[in-house]
Design a protein around this ligand. Structure first.
Ligand code: CO
Length: 134
């Protein structure tokens, strides 16, 4: 059911040093920071040949990743995002398999302007999983 890995999101305490790591040490194609105010994050996109890494930093007091950074002051992996072609079907299928779909099981428009949902990390081997309809 799931398709390509769309991105891996890493929360970082310092976007400049994280950008420098990926640009200079790893030699990757790294974007300028982009503020996504409605999502409460500033994002740097690291474009790899087969997928991308999103470096996330909290934006604003109510950022959904502020607590994560408090608990993980060095930063860390936040979620993986898999592509699906029909998100409503995916939700129905996974709920039927006993997985908890966050946000009352309703997709919302994600950071890329496409419908997304998140699955409970306890149902994903300790990993927060995002599904994005592409
Ligand atoms: Co994501």
């Amino acid at each position: 059911m799931i398709g390509n890995l769309n991105h891996v999101a890493i929360v970082v305490p310092d976007l400049n040093s994280a950008s420098r790591l990926y640009r200079e040490a790893f030699g990757a194609d790294v974007s300028a920071p982009v503020d996504l105010e409605e999502h409460g994050v500033t994002t740097v996109f690291v474009n790899l040949p087969n997928t991308r890494i999103e470096l996330l930093h909290p934006l604003g007091e109510n950022s959904p990743i502020r607590r994560f950074l408090e608990n993980n002051p060095d930063g860390g992996m936040h979620h993986v995002c898999y592509e699906v072609t029909d998100i409503e079907n995916a939700i129905q299928h996974l709920a039927g398999q006993g997985l908890r779909v966050l946000g009352e099981g309703k997709p919302r428009i994600g950071a890329h302007g496409k419908p997304v949902v998140f699955l409970h990390p306890k149902d994903g081997i300790g990993t927060l999983i995002e599904l994005e309809q592409v």
